[in-house]
Design a protein around this ligand. Sequence first.
Ligand code: FES
Ligand SMILES: [Fe+2]
Length: 348
Amino acid sequence: MTAFVRDQWYVAAYGSEVGRDLLARTILGEPIVFYRTEAGEVVALADRCVHRRYPLSESRLDGDRIVCGYHGFTYEPSGSCVFVPGQSRIPRTARVPSYPVVEQDSFVWVWIGDPARADTTLIPRAPWLADPAYTTVCGMEPLAARYDLLVDNLMDLSHETYLHGGYIGTPEVANTPITTEVDEDRRIIYVSRHMDDAACPPFYAKSTGIQGRITRWQDIEYHPPCLYLLHSRIAPVGVLPNADGTDPDGFHVEVVYAITPETEHSTHDFWAVARDFALGDQEVSDFLAQSNRTVVLQDVEALDILERVIQAEPQGYQELSVNIDTGGLAARRILKKMAGEPEKAATR
Ligand code: FES
Ligand SMILES: [Fe+2]
């Protein structure tokens, strides 16, 4: 697998998941406990008591402090221990690491790596998710597969035709060539597939109400390691945006994935679908939420199988890559570079 990329921001949770209950989540192999202070600030601490490793997530909050459920060591949101039972002296090393966190675009982002390098301006944006001009449905599915399999999966949407037929896949997706661009400096990979005259899959027919064939654009923008954006535009065949960029007759769906490694063999698969039509229409929201979750679970099932296949095979199995893999290969190359691995291994 591709090694973990550290010194990066990762989506740890939706803001709505973090409250006054302690939330345990492992990110890049690091067990972390999340909660909100009484003032509403998100706190992220290492989820192991310094005393005997008891998970702080199995403990309780006393105001803004966590009281360890085993022997009562008590921690401030900074991670400093302020109470040790049976003695007044607090050992100097009695503290748990605290993680930098930022709430943005409905996500809680956590910095994994050297806290001194946590530059909040580096967090990639997904502004639609918290924008009232869009209605968003979202979820998170646990994936029992290494994160790079999910990256591969999302960078090549030709699989929609085969794995997601009847939902978002139609023959035109696999049959239309892609263009791939890599911005090496900003570390962004773009993969585009523009279908001029395509069948309208149920996912879009039911939600937009368009009858008949469509112009369908899929523009991927991957910000490795964590954030994947799919700008999807649907319109009746031949309807294009205006020259000034306005697009009143197009339907826009911003599909957002956050790809957060949990362990070397498991991943948090966050997904969100934001639309600029049928705003607030609960029936459309329910349909898109249910269909997209079904699609995500089809991927999860396939990638869980692949993970088992890879774990059971001997080292050095050689894959065959073709044109549709250009974006995925670029992603692997950049992830390996970011992880500090030699480039020659980029195809595997
Ligand atoms: S393990 Fe936490 S106080 Fe002992
Ligand atoms: Fe998929």
